[in-house]
Design a protein around this ligand. Sequence first.
Ligand SMILES: Nc1ncnc2c1ncn2[C@@H]1O[C@H](COP(=O)(O)OP(=O)(O)OP(=O)(O)O)[C@@H](O)[C@H]1O
Ligand SMILES: [Mg+2]
Length: 359
Amino acid sequence: MTSHDRLLLQGLSKHYGRHQVLRDVSLEIERGCFLTLLGPSGSGKTTLLKVLAGFERCSAGRLLLGATDITRLPAERRTFGLVFQGYALFPHMTVAGNVAFPLKVRRWSRQRIKDRVQEMLDMVQLGHLAQRRPAELSGGQQQRVALARALAFEPDLLLLDEPMSALDRKLRGDLQTELRRIHRQLGTTFIYVTHDQDEAMTMSDRVAVMDHGQLMQVGAPDDLYERPDNRFVASFLGRSNFLPVERMRRAEGGAELEIGGAACRFAGPLPDRQDGLALMLRPENLVLAAEPPAPGWNELPGRVLVRTYFGDRTLCEVEVPGVGPVSAYAPPRALAGLAEGDPVRLHWRAEDGALLPAT
Ligand SMILES: Nc1ncnc2c1ncn2[C@@H]1O[C@H](COP(=O)(O)OP(=O)(O)OP(=O)(O)O)[C@@H](O)[C@H]1O
Ligand SMILES: [Mg+2]
């Protein structure tokens, strides 16, 4: 096994009894990639990670590291580092002892272990706490020791299952930054599980969105956000509006749409189907206006329903006849003269949004 190879998941399925937890998961993970598995609770993220680690056997499919089939290779022979939830530090060992453990198992020499432990603890900025026991550390410090222990033996791949779920927001942020720095520094492949979309978007090179054991879409964070393939991905990542499309006609550079009885233009990629579509628009694509739209922009009329103040911006919900409530972000000052119930126009550019199946 060399560390220069990509990990290939081919049609992985997993059943627990009659319950299918993974459905035909295929994915290619380049070496050095930071890939995040993102999905709601119960979508199969941990199960997939366990299959990759070798703790669970898949019911069908193959797992290849480079050209080597490792589907049936036992966990202890896979050179993968693990940071799992509840995969605790050894309480009776010091911090240094914990990091040294996987190296002793691998029979590294005493001097090499000493140097490596120092190097790893410096990397997670805990060199000064080497002689403490885990109970004498904060949660975030313990997580960093777990990370140092998992990376100490230079694994081909690091598997992390919601390693930060128990931490407060500030500590999470700090550790996220640290994890990205370590990833850049080492160039090890990271496979990271979370159900936190912000974490997935900010940390990853690529995100694989899962639902009900299935991969719904895989791509760079901005790809998934701006060009979701389906409604699940669009609504799982960020806020989105789905405007039912009453009619669609292909036209030069895109399509003519009818939405809420109004004619609109769409200038993005068109799906194969012509009916049962919705136009997905992000709240930041919509502009609240008093004037008619500029050329190249679309318009729908509505009335202000609710305003939610976020400090840096305000989320404004607008009732659009024939469509329903539509959410738009606006700078707080733009709404100065507007009260709930006031008429308002919603504008967006023909290039914005995506045409997706409505259901
Ligand atoms: N050992 C098991 N036996 C039977 N069913 C299981 C077992 N482990 C997990 N499952 C089921 O498999 C499905 C996927 O579980 P999994 O732990 O992979 O989800 P997850 O995406 O990691 O969720 P969470 O975000 O809550 O951690 C769930 O419906 C779960 O109940
Ligand atoms: Mg899980």
